[in-house]
Write a protein of this length. Sequence first.
Lengths: 84, 1165
Amino acid sequence: MKPGLVNKPWPIPVEVGADGRPIAVGRLAVSAIREEWLVEDGWWTREPLRRRYFELVLEDGSDVVVFRQPSTEAKGWRWFRQRD
Amino acid sequence: MGASAAADRYVELHCHSAYSFLDGASEPSELAATAADLGYEALALTDHDGVSGAMEFAHSCKGVGIRPIVGAELTVAPEGAAEPVHITLLVESATGWGNLCRLITKAHEGTRDGKGMREALPPSLPIGELELDGRTEGLICLSGCARDGAVAGSWERGDPAGAAALARRLLSAFGRERFRIELQRPLWRHDRARNRWLASLAEVLGVACAATGNPHAHDRSRAALQDALVAVRLGATLDETEGMRRGNSSALLMPAADAAERFRDHPQAVAETARLAERLRFDLTTELGYSYPGAEDPTADRRLAQLCRARLMERYAGSADRPEAERRLEEELGLIRGLRLSGFFLLHHDMLELAREVALEVRGPESTRRLLPPGRGRGSSVSSLVCYLTGLSHIDPVQQGLFLGRFLNEELTEAPDIDLDFPRDIREKLIPRVHERYGQERSALVAAMATYRARGGIRDLGKALGLPPGEVERFARSVDVYEASQDAQGRMDETLGKLRSRSPRWRALAALLPEIAGLPRHISQHPGGMVISTGPLIDVCPVQPAAMEGRQIAQWDKDSCADAGFLKIDLLGLGMLSAVEGCVDEIARARGERIDLSRVPLDDPEVWRAIQNAETTGVFQIESRAQMQMLPRTLPEDLDDLTVQVALVRPGPIQGGAVHPYIARRKALREDPAYEVPYEHPSLVPVLEDTLGAIVFQDQVLEVAIALAGFSIGEAEGLRRAMSRKRSEAAMRRYQQRFIEGAVGRGVAREVAERVYDQIVGFSGFGFPKSHSAAFGLLAYQSTWLRVHYGPELLCALLNEQPMGFYPPDALVHEAQRRGVEVLPPEVNVSEIDCRVETVGAAPASAGRPPVRIGLGYVAEVSEADAKAVIAERERGGPYRDIADLAARSGASRAALVRFAWAGALDRLARHAPQRQPVAVAAGSSPADSPAARRASAAIEALAGDERRPALWEAGAAARASASEEGTQLALPLDGSPAPELPELGPWERAVADYNATGMTLGSHPMELLRGDLAARVLSSAGLERAGDGSRVRVAGMVVARQRPATAKGIVFMLLEDELGTINLIVPPPVVERCRWAVRSSGFVEAWGKLEHREGTTNVVVTRIERLERHDLPTAEVKHIAPPIRRETGREPAPAGPARAALEQVVAELAAALPAPHSFGRRGR
């Protein structure tokens, strides 16, 4: 699940609800959350990984996987989309 | 029930502790405490294939007010499946507990090949076992975890049909009432899909779902450790084990609200946990159906009384003590009847009779050792007259005035401890015989948990983190074995440099070390504790095969066994008993004298002189540095004094502040017999009279609580247990309150009560009971007696029983040489496997001191088979003529010959060697032990070493035998060419060769050889004795022992040896820090400091210490002695039995043993 050249995640604007879960990805509203999972790994390396993933169904019927991880530049989270 | 009500009632039913061994990162007590904080009403512990943590867990839970549920995650193997799967079992009733124990036992069958394989195979239970009649009764089964579970795991592996089939099988094995589909939400990719499928399967099957969290740690701070432990378990790095780890840190105990949120799609599964918990009411702490053999025997009372009365008639015939003995016997028998323990004592008696049979077989009917009892009691049992009469103890408690209370009292809640010490050889045979006598199903060894200490933690975690092995090892060696791991980062900075040690992986190591310290790593066997049961033991505790053939271990350690009320018999191997027996045998062989140790005079002035002068190297217990420092100050005069002495250098009396008052009052009494010993309170006079007002013995803690605070004996015993096991702070506070109020109520001033209570708490249980001390004191006296009168034989016996005692063999030999014992090197034509005293011709018995010949067994890296072959052929065909003859006849490997040559064992066979008849072989020819003969012999021996190079040449040239599968091809006795002129080994080279070959040198002491290179100002040990108190001195020596006792606040004590004696160094903490490398790891050091002569002791308080530099310094054995760490949780790592005993003995060391006005740590003095 680590970013690779072939399947490199790209930043994407995500709007979240009060519980921190996505309610919109880009301009599309989230219709359903299919899965939600957490990856915490590499805590012993220079690049510890801490990602919360969501598999979402958007209002256009598409199925996307997004994740958030702590932002390196600013405080808070940054969202990425990953091709599933 | 609304969502919030359900959320309030989540109970964790699937939880791992560190007793899942490398798949769980928290102690059971930590889990219990966190569960209580989270407001759980109950918590289940389900470790992998075992219940090692269950008893501790159950007690911890009760301590914090939650209900313990016990169970296990069992590995089962479906027929034909590639991988075994997991199911979660929870105990509903006592029958269920019995079934669980049997299933776990079955799963562990065949995990060892019985031939000493290092790693056990993973346990697994054939699934068919669950389908046997009644095997699942009383157990509730959850269908298993998300990854490896029988049902969910099969689905995860893409086999929903297989998953459903397994679910049906389990359902039919357990029935609808006792089977649940287990839902987990480890926050993995397919959680919701999996749980939807599982829920629909449950609906089809008509069973409920139960949610579980599968926590592997009590708190987030341990999540990283859990990852690392998985890597350790798999023997791989973290980077290599991604798929096997949990993937995130969500496997923790969670608040009920979080559980409700996590399982929001399945609220009924959450509610089901509370419903199940209601049913799971089996209480491990009270419902264990255990009884020891003989417990139900109606004739036991009568038989025990008969046995004891008959023995009393014999033992006390004509004794003035008889009326008292009779009174006490009836009192004890009454107590024993009341406690229903007659069968218990008969069982011990039976065990001892079994030991007697084994001893006769081991010792042989002709041995002088047959006079000795097969073993000796130690511990509090020695205070019992019944034990004395049934042969369990050899101390007469009536004559010694021993207090029975700690061993037996009316309020006893668990079976008393009886520890039996045996010589090692007898013990080895006895353990399998006990299995035979009581049945494999009814007896097992107690488990001991190997726990993480600093170095092991560094090595395991270093490997898991993928750090370079060389650096990891360097770091590991830079920390003390038992060092608390809190300052790991600082130590790492120092060893590796900050640049390196601040890299993420090293920092991770530093962060993990304090977390791992003290956690159990694997289960192993206690050195001697056995449990015996009337019914099958496997109904009450799972049993698994031990690494050693023919042995099996119960899954509980000694604390859990004690909590379970198991009858535990400690069959301990005591090195000194073996040594003493070996010594008696050797005396009989060499001098034809039969010694009965039980008749040795106890008032031998020579022996007491030796004890008072601390000439006690090699003697039991009183040989340690601390004891030696104390003996000239306490000047023991009789066995009573020695009994106190043995108990005094223990952590209890030291921390309880008993040592200085005792020493000072003894001195005062010596100087003024009218001196009045001060007591805290008059009620303590009868209790503390023997120890001059100080609390020295463990039983005195009880007696003080009874006398001063009016405790009942059961309460006092409870206090002692609370102190020694540190289970509960709250319990200790209750005892404190009760103690002080009780004392004040009896008219004791509050501050006196508080002071005495502090002394008791300082004591903390780490002390000997008086009875134990009396048994040890007697052995100390007997071994001193042997040392004084049969020095060579005792040295032999000590060398043959290594490792044991305080000193390495090299130091024992040098000390013996200094007092005139002649020690000869190994020689193939003379030596046996063991060290022996040489019988000098037909010398009359006891004429002079026979020399000690080092055995071939001391030559390193020579196999026992090779050494035996050499001796057997010598006995068959006579002495070897030369090295070619040896090679041809004995068939010893070339490697062995080379090792023998290096050890000097072939010197006499080399062609240049001066011809000399080996002493033992020439029996009958030598004219006794005249001084002239001794000098001549010494002169010849002095030439030893000159021939090592020629011997090596010849050993290499000699045609050698070669072993193959078809047998051994013996060498042809070819005449190899003689060695050319080769330069002799110099004295230094010889010393180095000696250390490499045998670990000891008999020739010049390395310090004698180094002396010329040292500055003239460097004093020898003898020079130190002459230097004035307080003078600045400079000394150097070979390090024999270094100690860092817990009681000494970071001070390191070092014992150096030079050619004339020993030197005691006291290294204060700042110097330890500054000169760490020299203190920690040097074999030879030079030290600067201030000399202190105090009351017959000499110490150098070090201000600077450096290693002596010389590239080819030999590496002698140094004993590192340091205390165990304690986790903050207070549970002690428990290396078991003798190891623990030895540890505790040295933990005691020296702060307290030093004269009171000692200068270190006080500026300006």
